[in-house]
Design a protein around this ligand. Structure first.
Ligand SMILES: [Zn+2]
Length: 399
């Protein structure tokens, strides 16, 4: 095997590392014996330059896994002596970091692999221990922007980390990138974060219908344009419909109850997207109880408003919806009406600007997978870094 091929295969960037010998220890282990050429070194304690060799030591280093078997590296490391202060020290190399047992390239690949799989899977794949990989991971600092962009979104997600059920995520809405993740969703935490950043360029904030988020934003940013996230306000409508469905369901006999329960998705489905067969099924369900019919029609009305309005018609059409909601006696829809009246301005802004929190779904999926497959993700910093690392790798891959 050619020497340069070995150096390339091991991703060694040090120009003075050379191949002495390559051999098979057995069928599964390829052994590469490497040595270094003399090079001027800077003394770590006094900064003096030296070329004085003090001695050598052989270090066994773990190389990459191959399809069948693995690579082991034996490195003849050089120890230098400073001519000025007399200190002796090992040469600095990119291929192996101090106190590490695996090649830098192997560690880097394991870290890259851990971006979208569990630490356990990544460690096993690279052939290093899970605790070592997690230690490597925790050592890295994930840098996040301190100058916030023009349009940000604030949202919460259920991360269950650091003793808090919910965490807060800050997103650059226009670039669709996570800006940062905060340990909880308390007003003070959000205010402290916003104060730690340069927020002078922030003009637009997209958020769910949380008055606490609104308070934190108003307290720190003054009077930015606040847009209610469409997913969050429309969700209220579906929840209200579902409350009625469950009420009706509870009054049915067992067989019909199961049928009603299984029809949740069908009732939630947009009436624009129903085929003829589904329309008949829905009609049969609605015949069971007039309350359900009323709720379903209100949902359709809201959906129609949401789908067909633009920034010119949204306000007028919303008034019609609120009027229809006023006639309803169900608690759920009374609540919808109240919310929509309280957040009217922010909701109507959603028709002016095409911003929403769609990214959060992707984040939630990442976290779900992480929770399922990773241990140690209860640690908030680690969870935060893993989400940010996942994003960084995705962007690096251009996807
Ligand atoms: Zn020295």
């Amino acid at each position: 095997m050619h020497d340069h091929f070995i150096i390339e295969m091991l991703w060694i960037k040090d120009g003075n590392v050379k191949v002495w010998d390559v051999s098979y220890e057995d069928e599964q282990i390829l052994r590469a014996d490497l040595y270094t050429e003399k090079r001027k070194q800077k003394c770590p304690s006094c900064g003096n330059k030296t070329k004085r060799v003090h001695g050598y030591r052989n270090q066994m280093i773990q190389g990459p896994r191959l399809v069948q078997g693995k690579v082991t590296v034996s490195l003849r490391k050089r120890r230098y002596a400073c001519g000025e202060c007399g200190k002796t020290f090992y040469e600095r190399l990119q291929m192996i970091e101090r106190y590490q047992r695996a090649l830098t390239s192997v560690q880097n690949e394991a870290l890259m692999y851990a971006a979208d799989s569990s630490f356990t899977t990544a460690a096993r794949w690279a052939g290093i221990s899970v605790t070592r990989l997690i230690r490597l991971f925790d050592r890295r600092e994930m840098k996040t922007p301190t100058v916030l962009p023009r349009a940000i979104a604030i949202d919460e997600f259920k991360g269950d980390a650091g003793g808090e059920r919910f965490q807060t995520i800050i997103v650059d809405v226009e670039r669709k990138e996570i800006v940062d993740i905060l340990p909880d969703r308390k007003v003070d935490t959000i205010k402290k974060y916003l104060r730690s950043c340069d927020t002078s360029g922030v003009e637009i904030v997209v958020m769910d219908l949380s008055k606490w988020f609104k308070k934190a934003v108003r307290d720190v940013l003054g009077d930015p344009l606040i847009i209610a996230d469409r997913f969050h306000f429309m969700r209220q409508v579906y929840w209200a419909l579902d409350e009625v469905r469950r009420d009706v369901q509870g009054e049915l006999d067992k067989k019909s109850r199961i049928h009603m329960k299984r029809s949740k998705k069908l009732l939630w489905k947009s009436h624009y997207d129903l085929n003829e067969e589904q329309k008949l099924k829905v009609e049969k369900l609605l015949q069971i109880d007039p309350k359900l019919r009323e709720a379903y029609e209100l949902k359709n009305l809201m959906e129609q408003w949401f789908r067909e309005s633009d920034h010119e018609t949204a306000s007028k059409q919303l008034d019609k919806c609120l009027e229809a909601l006023r006639a309803s006696n169900t608690e759920g829809f009374k609540r919808v009406r109240k919310t929509f009246m309280n957040w009217r301005q922010e909701i109507l802004q959603a028709f002016m600007y095409p911003f929403n929190n769609g990214y959060i779904e992707g984040v939630n999926n990442t976290i779900k997978v992480m929770k399922r497959t990773s241990y140690g993700i209860k640690n908030f910093e680690r969870m935060r870094n893993k989400i940010l690392w996942n994003q960084e790798m995705k962007m690096a891959m251009g996807s």
